[in-house]
Design a protein around this ligand. Sequence first.
Ligand SMILES: NC(=O)c1ccc[n+]([C@@H]2O[C@H](COP(=O)([O-])OP(=O)(O)OC[C@H]3O[C@@H](n4cnc5c(N)ncnc54)[C@H](O)[C@@H]3O)[C@@H](O)[C@H]2O)c1
Ligand SMILES: CC(C)=CCC/C(C)=C/C=C/C(C)=C/C=C/C(C)=C/C=C/C=C(C)/C=C/C=C(C)/C=C/C=C(\C)CCC=C(C)C
Length: 637
Amino acid sequence: MLLSHSLSTPKIRATQFLNHKGNTQFSTSKPTNQKHMIHKILSVDCGYQLAGLDLRSINSHFFGHGSAIHLSNHRPRSQKHRMKGCEVNRDFTVRSASLMAVDEGLGIEGNGGAGSQMQYDAIVIGSGIGGLVAATQLAVKGARVLVLEKYVIPGGSSGFYQRNGYTFDVGSSVMFGFSDKGNLNLITQALAAVGCQMEVIPDPTTVHFHLPNNLSVRVHREYDEFIAELTSRFPHEKEGILKFYGECWKIFNALNSLELKSLEEPIYLFGQFFQKPLECLTLAYFLPQNAGAIARKYIKDPELLSFIDAECFIVSTVNALQTPMINASMVLCDRHFGGINYPVGGVGGIAKSLAKGLIDQGSEILYKANVTKIIIEHGKAVGVRLSDGREFFAKTIISNATRWDTFGKLLKEEKLPKEEENFQKVYVKAPSFLSVHMGVKADVLTPDTDCHHFLLEDVWTKLEQPYGSIFLSIPTVLDPSLAPEGHHILHIFTTSSIEDWEGLTPKDYDTKKQHVANEILARLEKKLFPGLRSSITFMEVGTPKTHRRYLARDSGTYGPMPRRTPKGLLGMPFNTTGINGLYCVGDSCFPGQGVIAVAFSGVMCAHRVAADMGLEKKAPLLDDALLRLLGWLRTLA
Ligand SMILES: NC(=O)c1ccc[n+]([C@@H]2O[C@H](COP(=O)([O-])OP(=O)(O)OC[C@H]3O[C@@H](n4cnc5c(N)ncnc54)[C@H](O)[C@@H]3O)[C@@H](O)[C@H]2O)c1
Ligand SMILES: CC(C)=CCC/C(C)=C/C=C/C(C)=C/C=C/C(C)=C/C=C/C=C(C)/C=C/C=C(C)/C=C/C=C(\C)CCC=C(C)C
């Protein structure tokens, strides 16, 4: 049966069928030799419901103090996607059969009256993907959850904003864990848990590297094609390449065979060891190791080792010697196993779908709710206070703010627990980003341009330096509906520290933004897109201060970064904290940065909290022993 449409973009042309068992099958028409360029319709069940909120005005909040260049005034095309139960257009205004109850004054979504008198099972501070996954998983298990979000829409760094007909992803648009197979498709699973599925577009090339010495490598979706391209450049290292990436597959396959739940919960952890001893021992063996050390066992060519540094840097902002082997394996293999898949309509749809799913489960989200204090009574976290004085209480408090924000700001009157002291000894805040969101005339890109690029022109030593390397996403290569017709989105970012932007007058700050952005654009123009600057129709520049302000992240940090060479993931804390009743979720928890990583942290957190609430099995004696053991292991990092 023909399930859905044929679609034609410069890179994609395919048709999807449903076979007799109801499984999806793909039949490509042209180009026939490019199986990986399939546009896949997973099916769409879950709409965007932000009833009562007009996101066109909301979006002016993000980068609101950025300098905007409006060189033309395009009207958005009216793009409609049919979704079961509701109809959504590209402005994300929604017409729905069943609009949610929304208290506009309070910015509440959900059925209840989020109010001081209500006793919730759990309060989640922040609606980043980590917070939303923890909240939805708990709600599905039967808990009554309240999410408190400082901003006006959900998603944090996986949010979106709209300008002049463009829909921009606030942050990354490289989505791991969003396929329809295996156990590691955690984004797909998180959505499915609350009855949602999103339409996704497979990215045929995870990233196109443009590196010193004209080293150009495209990471193809097909593993064999990627290996062929890499070995053609380093034929003398063919064996080493196969062995290094082979080790990654060993780890990925072990991970992919497990049911993923809380490693802090003994019944589950020992159960997995019992059912999958080899896989668990493999993971335990690699847990304290880093990718760079393993690469050096098999590879000698310094340029190839630098390439592996770049492979790790784009996901960890540190080189391979500092990147945990488990994390490296996860991303270096999932891109070929499930592939990188981009959600139609933009990354912001993931958070919106999760938020809707949460409300469908009878829980609530309160926007414009800035938590300034976690209330502690008799040593236990029992509630939170907002900046406007309102207080909310729950059996459990989960913080999706970074650990620096949680313990440094929300608990500043409490003594820093020993565990957190240790964490801060091992990890520092990674720098933030300077980001440029641009609209450009489409003809500045050649038709075969890839969606994601990483650029480091002259010398490898600049890899980790501020402004040294450039990340570039062009999501309209995959989903043209994100921009007005005949235009593309360019989202460019490069590492930058907040110290570089402080102490400036507003005028100097704006001038510096334009100056730094112009230098970055000149580099892109020289290396990749001649005529880039004259094709700009819209441009907005954000700095680490913008990230701090709108994502509520201390110093605008991208997340934790090891102070020295870490012992793999060993030092990374899980979800429990030194304070009774308080849990953390998000990128300052195991396994670290990344949308899929924080989704895993959300799954783990919900499992541990549910066990503590009596919604899942629990073994109190073993709990105590395991938590002590894990705490002790972390001190070895
Ligand atoms: N920077 C990027 O380019 C980028 C882009 C996309 C995704 N990511 C990934 O997303 C991950 C982060 O996800 P996450 O789930 O840890 O969190 P997040 O930072 O994305 O979201 C945290 C949310 O909590 C809210 N919040 C923080 N403090 C609050 C307070 N006191 N009161 C109320 N709300 C508060 C913020 O407004 C934000 O919405 C990162 O690891 C990163 O890899 C990063
Ligand atoms: C407990 C003990 C002691 C032991 C035991 C053993 C075992 C069993 C173990 C287990 C383990 C596990 C399960 C683990 C898990 C893990 C995981 C899941 C991980 C994950 C990870 C992920 C990651 C890291 C991701 C990341 C990503 C990212 C960051 C991304 C980003 C992106 C970007 C930035 C973009 C780029 C762009 C361009 C280039 C443009």
